[in-house]
Ligand binder design. Structure first.
Ligand code: EPZ
Length: 445
C-alpha cells in the first residue's frame, strides 16, 4: 500500500514549478490522432492519466515516445478503432478519443468512460452532437458502437457548456465535410490550448474561449506544441500555503487563468502578486469568504472547490460553498471533519465554520481533488496525518509530495519498497508504518 504521511503546523516557504496541465495534455494527446504528421508535445506532466492516454494511442497503432516532459506521437500507424474497456474505465478523458477516431477512421467502439466519482457523468452531450454530425451510435448497456463514414457539419447547441463535449465535438468537426458551429461552447483555458494546438497544425477554428465556436473542415498536420501550465495544480499549492501559512512563489503559473481562485484567497486576507508566469503568495490570518459558487469558466472552477475549502477550515467566520457543476463533489468533507473541521452540507451547499485548531488523523483519498484537499487541510493541522488511496492524487499531480517537501512541508510518500526495507530492518518503525493504514481503515475512511 502506498500512502502519504505528513506533519502540519509548519509554514511553507520557497518556490515550486507548476507542471503542464493534465486537462489540456489529455485532449491534445487524443487530438494527435487527427494529425496527418508527427507531433512533439512539450511540458507534458508525468501522471498516471497521461500513461493511460499513451497506452490508448499505442493500442490504436500509433508510435509514442516519451522523454522527460516531451511526448512524440506518430499516428500514421493508426490501424484500429476500438478503445479497450480496461483503459476506458481508467479515466474520464478516454472519451476524448471518440471524436478524433470518428473524424479520422469513421468508426469507434468504446464503453462509458471512468474517472472521478463526482455524481452522474453522462456523455449524452458528446453523443448528441456527434449524431447531429451524422454519426450512427448504437448503445448496448455501457458499450457503444459509433459509425460516421462521412460526418457533415452541424449547428450544435450545448444545453450546458460541457468541457469534454466541446473538445470532442471540436475535434470531430475537423473530419466533417462542411463547417460546424457550437453554441454555448465551454470557454475554459484548456479549450483554447486544444484549439491553439490544432491551429498550429493548420486547423481552422474560430472563437475558442468564447461561447460561439466555429470549426472548418480539414484535418491538421502534425505540430510541435507546449502544453499550458496546470491552473488547478497552481491553485492547490496556493491553498496549501494559505492553510499552512508562509510565503511561496509559483513558477510557470498564469494568474490570468485562475482569477476567481486568487480573488477568493485575497478576500480571505492573503496577498498575491504576479508578473507574467510568476505568482508570489503570502498567507495571512484567514477570514471566511461568505460565498464560493462554482460555475463554468470564467466562474470559480469546480476543480478548485475542495482545495480552497480545505484552506479555509480555520478561517475566522463562515464560508458557504455552492457546487453547481457536479452532483456529488463533497466526498472529501467526511475526511476534513475527521481532522476537526466544522462543515455542514445539504445538497449542493456546504457551510464551513472556521475552527481554531485541526488535529492530524488518517484519511483515504476519495477522488483527485478531494485527496489533494486532504493534504492541504492536514498541512494546517497539528500533528501527523496519513492519506491512503493516493492513486487518486497521482492521477493529476506530478511529484505531489516532493513538491510540497520542496516548499518546506514535512511530508513523506511511503511506497511498498520503503515499507519492505523497514520490514527487513525490522524494529518499531515498521509497526508505526503498518499501523497507519489500519488507522485509516478503522476511521472508515
Ligand atoms: C472536465 O470534465 C475536466 N476533466 C474536469 O476535471 C472538470 O471538473 C470538468 O471538465 C468541469 O470543468 C478533464 O478535462 C479531463 P463537463 P468533463 O463535461 O468534461 C455534465 C479534474 O479534477 N455533462 O464540463 O467531464 C456533467 O455530468 C476533473 O481534473 C452531461 O450531463 O466535465 C457535469 O455535471 C474532474 N452530459 C457537467 O456537465 C455530458 O455529455 C460538467 O461536465 C457531459 C457533461
Amino acid at each position: 500500500m502506498e500512502y502519504i504521511r505528513l506533519w502540519g503546523g509548519q509554514a511553507l516557504a520557497g518556490e515550486v514549478a507548476i507542471s503542464g496541465a493534465k486537462n489540456s495534455a489529455l485532449p491534445i494527446l487524443a487530438a494527435t490522432l487527427l494529425c496527418k504528421g508527427e507531433c512533439l508535445l512539450h511540458n507534458c506532466p508525468r501522471l498516471t492519466d497521461i500513461n493511460w492516454a499513451i497506452a490508448l494511442l499505442q493500442h490504436l497503432g500509433c508510435r509514442v515516445c516519451r522523454e522527460g516532459h516531451d511526448i512524440w506521437v506518430d499516428s500514421k500507424g493508426l490501424c484500429r478503432c476500438d478503445l479497450p474497456e480496461t483503459l476506458m474505465k481508467k479515466m474520464r478523458s478516454s472519451v476524448f478519443f471518440l471524436g478524433p477516431l470518428l473524424a479520422k477512421t469513421g468508426a469507434c467502439d468504446l464503453c462509458e468512460p471512468g474517472g472521478c466519482c463526482l455524481g452522474a457523468r453522462p456523455i449524452d452531450l458528446h453523443l448528441g452532437g456527434l449524431a447531429q454530425m451524422g454519426a450512427e451510435i448504437r448503445q448496448e448497456e455501457d458499450r457503444l458502437s459509433c459509425r460516421g463514414a462521412k460526418l457533415h457539419g452541424a449547428a450544435i447547441v450545448l444545453p450546458f457548456p460541457s468541457v469534454g463535449a466541446t473538445e470532442n465535438l471540436m475535434m470531430a468537426a475537423l473530419g466533417a465535410d462542411s463547417p460546424t458551429t457550437i453554441y454555448n461552447a465551454a470557454k475554459e483555458p484548456e479549450i483554447v490550448d486544444l484549439a491553439d494546438f490544432l491551429q498550429s497544425g493548420g486547423a481552422k477554428i474560430h472563437g475558442a474561449g468564447t461561447k460561439l465556436l466555429q470549426i472548418e473542415p480539414g484535418l491538421p498536420n502534425g505540430a510541435e506544441y507546449r502544453i499550458m501550465p496546470d491552473r488547478m495544480e497552481a491553485a492547490t499549492y496556493l491553498a496549501a500555503a494559505a492553510a499552512a501559512g508562509g510565503r511561496i512563489v509559483l513558477r510557470d503559473a498564469h494568474k490570468k487563468d485562475m482569477l476567481p481562485v486568487c480573488d477568493v484567497l485575497e478576500s480571505a486576507g492573503c496577498q498575491i502578486q504576479s508578473d507574467c508566469d510568476i505568482i508570489e503568495f503570502t498567507a495571512k490570518p484567514l477570514r471566511g469568504c461568505k460565498l464560493v459558487r462554482t460555475a463554468p469558466y470564467p466562474g470559480f472552477p469546480t476543480d478548485a472547490q475542495a482545495v480552497i475549502m480545505a484552506a479555509l477550515l480555520r478561517a475566522e467566520g463562515l464560508t458557504v460553498f455552492e457546487e453547481t457543476v457536479f452532483a456529488s463533489r463533497f466526498r472529501h468533507v467526511p475526511a476534513l471533519r475527521a481532522l476537526g473541521a466544522q462543515i455542514e452540507t445539504s445538497g449542493a451547499i456546504a457551510v464551513v465554520s472556521g475552527v481554531k485548531t485541526l488535529s492530524g488523523t488518517a484519511m483515504a483519498a476519495t477522488d483527485l481533488r478531494g485527496g489533494a484537499a486532504m493534504a492541504v487541510a492536514a498541512l494546517g493541522a497539528q500533528g501527523c496525518s496519513v492519506i491512503t488511496e493516493i492513486q487518486h492524487i497521482q492521477r493529476g499531480y506530478e511529484d505531489f509530495a516532493q513538491k510540497l517537501a520542496g516548499l518546506g512541508a514535512r511530508i513523506q510518500h511511503i511506497t511498498e519498497d520503503k515499507l519492505w526495507r523497514r520490514k527487513k530492518e525490522g524494529g518499531s518503525r515498521l509497526a508505526e508504518e503498518a499501523a497507519v493504514p489500519l488507522i485509516a481503515a478503522k476511521n472508515g475512511q
